[in-house]
Design a binder for this molecule. Structure first.
Ligand code: 3PG
Length: 410
C-alpha cells in the first residue's frame, strides 16, 4: 500500500498552498470553449476544502501540449469553470512566475483562489527530470518560497516527471489532494490483493499497452481472467491463427499493430485458459450489422464489435466476479449499431455486486455515451496514468508523495 500524506495531515489555515490539479479538458476546435468540465469539477472539491479551511490557494495547471490543437496559453476559461463549480470568485493572472504572478500570490487573502497561466508555456516544464533537478528550475525557485504546502491532486498527471508535478515536492511539504487520494485508494483496491475472482476487461486500440497490462496482472496473480475485445481481441484472434478478412487486417496493418501478434501468442501459451477471446464478431454489411462465428471467418467486411454470444458469455463471467477492472471498449461504440457489445459487457459490470473500476479516455467516453458513468464503483479520470498504473509502473508523482511521507516520518 502506498503511504502518502493527505489534507488531513497538514494545517493549511492562513497558509499559501500550491495545488497541481489536472485541468486538461477537451476543447471545441472552433469556439475554443471547454467541452467537458468533469475534471475541473472534481478538483473543485479539493479546492473547496482548502478554501473552507482558510488556505490561500494557488493553482498551477496545464491545457494541451504546445503545438497541438488543444493547447491554450491562457487558463482564464478554466478559472471561470472553477468559479462556477466553487460558487465563489476565482482570480486569474496571465503570468506564471513573473512579477505579476508573484504580486498576485502575495496579495491573496485566506479563502481566495488564484489560477496562473498554463504551466506548459514554461519550456522546462515538460523536460523529464528528477524532483531535485526540477526544483532548480525558475518555476520552482520563484514560486516555492512564496508557498507553505504543495498539494498534488492530479493523479492523471502523476505519470509525468514534469516540473510542476515533482519539482515542488522536493522543497515543500507535499500531500495528496482528495482526487489523488481517491484515485490511489481505488486503484489499490483493484490491484493489490483484489477480492477474487478478479476480471480484467480489455479492449480498444491501445493494444501494445494491453500486452504489458495482461502480462503484469496474470504474472502477479492479480487477475483470474482477462476478457478481450476491440482491436486487442482482433490481435488475439490472429494469434490463434484466425484470418479476420482483408478490411480488418488492413486496420491492424495501418495502425502498426500486426507486430504484436507474436506477443499475444506468447501470452496465450504462458497463461492457458486465462485469456478469453471473442467467439463471434459483428461486422458492417451494406449499412447493417452482420454476425459471424470466428470459425467461419474471414469476412470481406470490417469487423466493428464482439458478437452477441461473446457479449453474453463475458457478461456471465463478470456476474460472478468480486472485482472488475475495465479499460477499453469492446468495439466501435461511436457507431450506434456497434455499441451493443460494449453496452452488454459494461452494463453487466455496472449491475454486478463486484468492486468495479474503469479508466482511460475512450472508456470514460463510452461510459458517458451509455449512461453508465455513475454506475461503476469508481471511474478514474486519468488516461495515460491509469494505463501505466495497470502495467505495474511506478509513477513519478506518486513516488514524490511517498518520499514526502517518509520525510515526515509517516
Ligand atoms: C491527461 O490528459 O492524460 C493528462 O493531462 C496528461 O496529459 P499529457 O499526456 O499531455 O501529458
Amino acid at each position: 500500500m502506498v503511504k502518502f500524506l493527505t489534507l488531513d495531515d497538514v494545517d493549511v489555515s492562513g497558509k499559501t498552498v500550491i495545488v497541481r490539479p489536472d485541468f486538461n479538458v477537451p476543447i471545441d476546435p472552433e469556439t475554443r470553449e471547454i467541452l467537458d468540465d468533469t475534471r475541473i469539477r472534481e478538483h473543485a472539491r479539493t479546492i473547496k476544502e482548502l478554501v473552507e479551511k482558510g488556505a490561500k490557494v494557488v493553482i498551477i495547471a496545464h491545457q494541451g501540449r504546445p503545438g497541438e490543437p488543444e493547447f491554450m496559453e491562457s487558463l482564464e476559461k478554466h478559472a471561470r469553470a472553477l468559479e462556477r463549480a466553487l460558487g465563489r470568485p476565482v482570480k486569474y493572472v496571465h503570468d506564471l512566475y513573473g512579477p505579476e504572478a508573484k504580486e498576485a500570490i502575495k496579495a491573496l487573502k485566506p479563502g481566495e483562489v488564484l489560477v496562473l497561466k498554463n504551466v506548459r508555456t514554461f519550456p522546462e516544464e515538460r523536460k523529464k527530470k528528477s524532483p531535485e533537478e526540477h526544483a532548480k528550475s525558475e518555476l520552482v525557485r520563484e514560486l516555492a518560497p512564496l508557498a507553505d504546502v504543495f498539494v498534488l491532486d492530479g493523479f492523471s498527471v502523476a505519470h509525468r516527471a514534469h516540473a510542476s508535478v515533482v519539482g515542488f515536492a522536493a522543497v515543500l511539504p507535499a500531500v495528496a489532494g482528495r482526487v489523488m487520494e481517491r484515485e490511489l485508494r481505488s486503484l489499490e483496491r483493484a490491484l493489490e490483493k483484489p477480492e477474487k475472482p478478479c476480471i480484467f476487461v480489455l479492449g480498444g486500440a491501445k493494444a501494445e499497452k494491453c500486452v504489458d497490462i495482461i502480462r503484469y496482472v496474470l504474472e502477479n496473480n492479480i487477475a483470474d481472467k482477462v476478457l478481450t475485445g476491440g482491436l486487442v481481441g482482433h490481435l488475439f484472434l490472429k494469434a490463434k491463427g484466425i484470418d479476420l478478412g482483408r478490411p480488418s487486417e488492413e486496420v491492424l496493418e495501418k495502425k502498426g499493430l500486426i507486430g504484436l501478434v507474436d506477443a499475444m501468442k506468447e501470452l496465450l501459451d504462458a497463461f492457458p485458459g486465462k485469456i478469453e477471446v471473442p467467439r463471434d464478431v459483428a461486422y458492417e454489411i451494406y449499412g447493417d450489422r452482420g454476425e459471424v462465428y470466428v470459425k467461419a471467418l474471414p469476412v470481406d467486411h470490417p469487423i466493428y464489435d464482439i458478437g452477441l454470444e461473446t457479449a453474453e458469455h463475458y457478461a456471465s463471467l463478470v456476474k460472478d466476479a468480486r472485482s472488475v477492472v475495465v479499460s477499453g471498449p469492446m468495439g466501435v461504440y461511436e457507431k450506434p449499431m456497434f455499441l451493443e457489445g460494449t453496452w452488454r459487457v459494461f452494463n453487466a459490470v455496472a449491475k454486478s455486486s463486484a468492486f468495479s473500476l474503469a479508466g482511460g479516455g475512450d472508456t470514460v467516453a463510452a461510459l458517458k455515451t451509455l449512461g453508465l458513468f455513475d454506475k461503476f464503483s469508481f471511474v478514474s479520470l486519468a488516461g495515460g496514468a491509469f494505463i501505466e498504473y495497470l502495467m505495474g509502473k511506478k509513477l513519478p508523482g506518486v513516488e514524490v508523495l511517498e518520499k514526502a511521507a517518509e520525510k515526515a516520518g509517516k
